[in-house]
Design a protein around this ligand. Structure first.
Ligand SMILES: C[S@@+](CC[C@H](N)C(=O)[O-])C[C@H]1O[C@@H](n2cnc3c(N)ncnc32)[C@H](O)[C@@H]1O
Length: 284
């Protein structure tokens, strides 16, 4: 199975206050883009949001849908930089409540599985940041279903946008498999305990799956940026160790410490990477 609503609750509904302690101030839970190298996490997250806003060629007149919008950090950036309306869908009720409480008049959020979503009218642009990583489980990948499942996502989104519209896309990638048992166990722990039901795609699977719906106009990878992002999340998590242990228990702190330490090694060792693509709708 793909990540179910229950799986998503395990990953994202731990507690908004918990994530607030170690993510950036706007709660982006995806790779930032370190372009100079000496930016703060907050600046690097703004870089990411700017790159994707520009891939989508957004402006004041356009509508956009963020598919898998998290706590709405990217929606906030879009609303502040300029759009007619910015909608988002998430499977997490805690994330939806967080967005609703901020009450930005340009933003609407919905708790909805993307598979069931039907837009009121086509959007001018789409963005989706590290949501595809929830769409194929390790078991489905072993059965050879990955490209088919990713293509179904690209097919569905193709039906939600005006002909020729732009889609700013970002995904975590799976590049190599580590060789020693401890590393394999840590990766399996991250997949089973922190992100049940999910698996990072391979770049070549994505390149196959966009066909025949989307033309790849630009593609950039940012493995080192994700290494820095996860290292900074880990540093902030450890800064709040006492508070996290006291409020949510030792187990939660230790699980997240293990998961983020594994991510830092995964990006440093080329097991994982991250990709951003500018995609253009190919009219049917
Ligand atoms: C890693 S988070 C990224 C959140 C956000 N894009 C960001 O950059 O912070 C993945 C998001 O995808 C959403 N998601 C996963 N599977 C989904 C599905 N089938 N339908 C809608 N949203 C989904 C989760 O609820 C979560 O908000």
């Amino acid at each position: 199975m793909t990540s179910t609503q229950r799986d998503i609750e395990v990953s994202y509904d731990v507690s908004n206050e918990f994530f607030r302690l170690w993510l950036d101030e706007n709660m982006h839970y995806t790779s930032a883009s370190y372009l100079r190298g000496d930016e703060t996490l907050e600046e690097a997250q703004q870089n990411k949001a700017r790159i994707l806003y520009e891939y989508a060629e957004m402006n004041e007149e356009k509508t956009i849908l963020d598919v898998g919008c998290g706590w709405g950090a990217n929606l906030e950036y879009i609303a502040q930089r300029g759009c007619k309306r910015a909608d988002g869908i998430t499977l997490s009720t805690a994330q939806w409540e967080w967005i609703r409480a901020r009450a930005n008049p340009k933003i609407r959020a919905f708790v909805c599985d993307y598979a069931d979503f039907e837009p009121e009218e086509p959007y001018d642009a789409l963005v989706s940041i590290e949501m595809i990583d929830h769409l194929c489980s390790p078991a489905q990948s072993r059965q050879g279903l990955a490209v088919e499942l990713y293509r179904e996502y690209f097919r569905k989104l193709h039906g939600w946008i005006r002909p020729g519209g732009l889609f700013a896309f970002q995904a975590i990638l799976r590049n190599r498999v580590p060789r020693n048992r401890k590393d394999l166990e840590d990766l399996r722990f991250t997949a089973d305990v922190i992100f049940p039901g999910g698996l990072n795609p391979r770049l070549e699977e994505l390149v196959m799956a966009v066909n025949p719906y989307w033309e790849i106009l630009e593609l950039r990878t940012q493995r080192e940026s994700y290494g820095r992002t996860t290292a900074e999340w880990l540093r902030r998590l450890r800064m709040h160790e006492q508070e996290i242990r006291a409020r949510w228990g030792d187990r939660l702190f230790e699980d997240y410490d293990r998961y983020l330490s594994t991510c830092v090694r995964a990006f440093a060792s080329h097991w994982s990477s991250d990709v951003q693509m500018k995609l253009r709708h190919i009219p049917a």
